[in-house]
Design a protein around this ligand. Sequence first.
Ligand SMILES: [Zn+2]
Ligand SMILES: [Zn+2]
Length: 262
Amino acid sequence: MTEEAPDPKTRNPPWTRDELLIALDLYLRHRPRFLEPHSPEIQEASALLNRLGAALGVEGRATYRNANGVAMKLMNLKSLDPTASGKGLSSASRGDAEVWAAYAHRPAELAAVVARIREGLAVPPPPILEEEEEEFVAVEGRLLTRLHRRRERDPKIVRRKKEQTLKARGALACAACGFDFQKTYGDLGAGFLEAHHTTPLSEAQESVQTKLADLALLCANCHRMIHRAKPWLSVAALKALLEQERLAEAVSSGRSRAGGGR
Ligand SMILES: [Zn+2]
Ligand SMILES: [Zn+2]
């Protein structure tokens, strides 16, 4: 297995996760058929990868994700396929192995992710992630992460979500841990919570408008923890995790009180 580095022959940048998802989808759809570089499938994928590279700001050479490169990538993926015969000499990179492990057994979900990436390329490009957000890029890749961030930062719908919640509950509290910024920070914290879009990335169609019910209001900590997990956690899963930690904490502090009478 080779490390991620520019291709020594073409000096093109290593394949990003988004690109590998597209390549793996293509491979799984057509195996065991070998796709020639001049086949329409490879040509289409090469064009798609070039549009994606442009959207993600990847700098490549004239040969960037050309038909030969795509066909070669399918050979790399084939070398990971236990059902394939005649593996040849091509070796897979760590990135190849990661997408294989994540999606080779879930072709339908992968197809949905790739469909969302295609849709994402048809809309105005989402803003580039800030450096501190880069570490929370989803297993579904950078483009879908950016679209998620744009959806949940739409100021109009976030304001409406907060108004609706305030009206219904009389206060704004984190949907996972219950933290209320106003209770802790007074007027400074009034109205402060972040919105998280709860639709899984593979289902979040660009043509579908965000509904208030799609958003969960979270404190900054809980929101970051959801995005830190791979794959991202659901709000319910984070809530369960917090509950579990609270119980564990209660048990261990009870134990130390009981045993602490020295
Ligand atoms: Zn919270
Ligand atoms: Zn979010």
